[in-house]
Ligand binder design. Structure first.
Ligand code: AMP
Length: 374
């Protein structure tokens, strides 16, 4: 049953990272109160929340406390304990449900769901052990990528294989979980569609983003994506099919590869606001965070519109100091920093959004700034 949550009521967020922080900032604008569960005090979200519950995500008592003080509960990441979340759905209002977490936290169930929704994925097999990988690799061939079924992100838990000689490099991936092995897709571009749906089935996609990765970590998102109208339609159709199949409530990010003939292949899903949607804060009439809050609060959604072409560039640990030194030179840049204390190399610390009349000139400006040279 869909409930409506009103300003003054409390939204509970599981996970205190930057996605929770940006959800909370958006929800606070509308007058909601925020409670956050995170293992660390003053997490990025904790810093802007009304109430912080500091405990591990699977701590029963902490989850009960969150249930007690929250009128609705949402989450900002998918690696939460499924059983704990399922129990939470019995004692609290969790409109997104636990099933989408069970499906998307494992690449095997995730791929099955994408296929069952009628969408294309890379050729793949599931292997339980290294021995099984060696035995079955010919079914996929080379180049291929081995990915742990669970707990992979930003290229962690992955190994590219160019030939039989590389097989031993994938051995320790099996220490953590079963793996999938998929054919390497010679893609032309990576894109993502962020799709959002409320309990009444109202569904909207944000404008498609074109994603540039460096070392498997998202570097830039360019919107509108430089793709054909046909590819854009294919991408949105696929996102809609998957959202419908999963009976989505809230937000789903669908990452895809674009092939040189304009066809698409779905790479992976994230059941939450996504790094590639941060541009929407400045560039759209509704941000992914505001729309997410509307969806879980049972409010009607707004059709997203892009005000201006935009480039979003991530700020990793090594970029923080050079960015700080250059901030005064770029008044047209919107700076977002997430309040993380330690600027470790490759840790996502913030992002910069640049509205522009010329994507090409902005990409040159970013490069010429020297901030992202490491
Ligand atoms: P993932 O963790 O699945 O998002 O993979 C991280 C990145 O690795 C993707 O954004 C791609 O750049 C690359 N990648 C993953 N799977 C494949 C594939 N099957 N073929 C080519 N590149 C891939």
């Amino acid at each position: 049953m869909t409930k409506t949550i009103y300003p003054g009521q409390t939204i509970g967020i599981i996970g205190g990272g930057q996605l929770g922080r940006m959800m909370a900032l958006s929800a606070r604008e509308a007058g909601f109160k925020i409670a956050v569960l995170d293992p660390t005090m003053d997490s990025p979200c904790g810093q802007v929340a009304d109430i912080q519950i500091v405990a591990p995500y699977d701590d029963e008592a902490a989850l009960e406390e969150l249930a007690e003080i929250s009128d609705v509960i949402t989450f900002e990441f998918e690696n939460i304990d499924y059983e704990g979340l399922k129990r939470l759905t019995e004692i609290a209002y969790v409109p997104q449900g636990a099933e989408i977490i069970r499906i998307t936290q494992n690449r095997v169930t995730e791929k099955e769901a994408i296929v069952n929704a009628g969408c294309p994925v890379a050729p793949y097999i599931v292997c339980e052990s290294y021995e099984e990988l060696v035995e079955k690799i010919d079914q996929i061939g080379f180049p291929s990528i081995v990915k742990t079924a669970r707990f992979g992100y930003d290229g962690k838990g992955q190994q590219k294989l160019l030939s039989k000689e590389d097989l031993p490099l994938a051995k320790n991936l099996f220490d953590h979980s079963q793996c999938i092995v998929e054919g390497f897709i010679p893609f032309e571009k990576e894109i993502s569609v962020i799709i959002q749906r409320n309990g009444n089935g109202e569904t909207y996609c944000l404008p498609v983003g074109e994603n540039v990765h460096i070392n498997h970590i998202l570097h830039e998102t360019i919107v509108p994506a430089r793709i054909s109208t046909e590819t854009k339609q294919l991408a949105e159709e696929a996102a809609r099919k998957i959202a419908e199949h999963l009976q989505l409530i809230g937000t789903l990010a669908v990452e895809m590869f674009v092939l040189n003939d304009g066809q698409i292949i779905i790479n992976e899903l994230a059941p939450r606001p996504h790094n590639s949607g941060h541009y929407s804060i400045e560039a759209c009439n509704i941000s992914q965070f505001a729309q997410h809050i509307r969806a879980v609060a049972g409010w009607p959604l707004r059709e997203p519109k892009l005000h201006s072409p935009v480039v979003m560039v991530n700020v990793l640990g090594q970029h923080v100091a050079p960015l700080s030194n250059s901030i005064t030179k770029y008044p047209h840049w919107s700076i977002h920093l997430y309040g993380k204390k330690e600027a470790k190399v490759n840790r996502k610390m913030g992002h910069v959004t640049i509205l522009t009349d010329s994507i090409e000139e902005t990409l040159i400006e970013i490069e010429a700034s020297g901030i992202w040279s490491e």
